[in-house]
Design a protein around this ligand. Structure first.
Ligand code: GDP
Length: 356
């Protein structure tokens, strides 16, 4: 499964957030694939459509998609030079598919800030600088090697050109994801700043409903997405029952918990989407990459489904919701038969036909 690495300077609230995430972790009984390791939190992707599907189909159970987070401790200034847990940190981040950067926005004078003041822009710069320096080190070794290989006709000149371009972007102090750089030709270098990023601002309660302040912070990271939460509130929410949690959220002017927002935006940042299946046994969301075709999507349920794919019976959730049953949606001509070239849309409710 794809994972999101949680990074951030010391004392920004990473552990507080991660503890809440792991307490919110899915039951291994429902998700046998989710081997739970201490530094991995697997949370459900909230999806109200499943509740409605379960109602329509009389499903015994609901299985949402999941999002996996890895706690990556140890970034400090100098990490790219192996300071602190530097090397281990970089290795862990290399394995993650996206990066969630936790940024301190809360102003508690009892909690020491590593740089002496609460300054989100400067904190993000510290982290990005370490990631940029690490990538520059990688490229410093890779470019001469590629030059040699190109001379010996063992490497594509386009690969070398991409590496050199990446170097100049990074030398200008910009991350590759900020620059919208197409990393495909040099994917095997595993450059850290090419990974999609999202930002988690850990703020005081009052900021949660302060749209002006939030817009200001979001602008610092755009076009990357920002999540606003109070890690301490999240750790309280996790111990409340549903009604109490709703009440606390409402009192803070929130419709959704920070953890739910983080799951939703994290999933999107990973380039993932879901399609839905429903029946008396279960209503379920399946995870695919954006742009996948019907046979690829079927393969997520079972590899045989991809190999033996014949066709897919597809209805959009919106139509099914409106008509209230498969039979009614069919009668209204809203159920389509799609072939092997069909590109899945978010919210498709699907039944696959296949040979085994
Ligand atoms: P980490 O070093 O990034 O993992 O940070 P921790 O999660 O250990 O948090 C450092 C300190 O800040 C702890 O004493 C937390 O209780 C406190 N803390 C974390 N989140 C918040 C927050 O949202 N508001 C306040 N006031 N304190 C927080």
């Amino acid at each position: 499964a794809l994972t999101i690495g949680i990074v951030g300077l010391p004392n920004v609230g990473k552990s507080t957030l991660f503890n809440a995430l792991t307490k919110n972790t899915v039951l291994a009984a429902n998700y046998p694939f989710a081997t739970i390791e201490p530094n991995i939190g697997v949370v459900e992707l909230p999806d109200e459509r499943l509740t409605r599907l379960a109602e329509i189909f009389g499903s015994a159970k609901i299985l949402p998609a999941t999002v996996s987070f890895v706690d990556i401790a140890g970034i400090v200034k100098g990490a790219s030079e192996g300071e602190g847990l530097g090397n281990q940190f970089l290795a862990n981040i290399r394995e993650a598919d996206a990066i969630a950067q936790v940024v301190r926005g809360f102003s508690d004078s009892d909690v020491v800030h590593v740089d002496g003041k609460v300054d989100p822009a400067s904190d993000m710069e510290t982290i990005n600088t370490e990631l940029i320096l690490a990538d520059l080190q990688t490229l410093e070794k890779a470019v001469p090697r590629l030059e040699k290989e190109v001379r010996g006709k063992k490497a594509d000149p386009a690969v070398l050109a991409a590496a050199v371009e990446a170097q100049s972007i990074l030398n200008a102090g910009t991350t590759l994801s900020q620059a919208g750089f197409d990393v495909a030709p040099i994917k095997e270098l595993g450059l850290l700043t090419a990974k999609p990023q999202l930002f988690v601002f850990n703020v005081d309660e009052a900021v949660l409903s302060d749209e002006v302040k939030k817009a200001e912070l979001a602008a610092l990271v755009a076009p990357a997405k920002a999540v606003f939460l109070d890690a301490q509130v999240e750790s309280e929410l996790i111990d409340l029952d549903q009604d109490e949690a709703l009440e606390l959220l409402q009192s803070l002017g929130q419709e959704e918990s920070g953890l739910d927002q983080l799951a939703r935006i994290g999933f999107d940042t990973l380039g993932l989407q879901t399609y839905l299946t429903a029946g008396p046994k279960e209503s379920r969301a399946w995870t695919i990459r954006k742009g996948w075709t019907a046979p690829q999507a079927a393969g997520v349920i079972h590899t045989d489904f991809e190999r033996g794919f014949i066709k897919a019976e597809v209805v959009s959730f919106a139509d099914l919701d409106q008509y209230g049953s498969m039979a009614e949606a069919k009668a209204a001509g809203r159920v389509r038969i799609e072939g092997k070239d069909y590109v899945m849309a978010d919210g498709d409710v699907v039944e696959f036909r296949f040979n085994v």
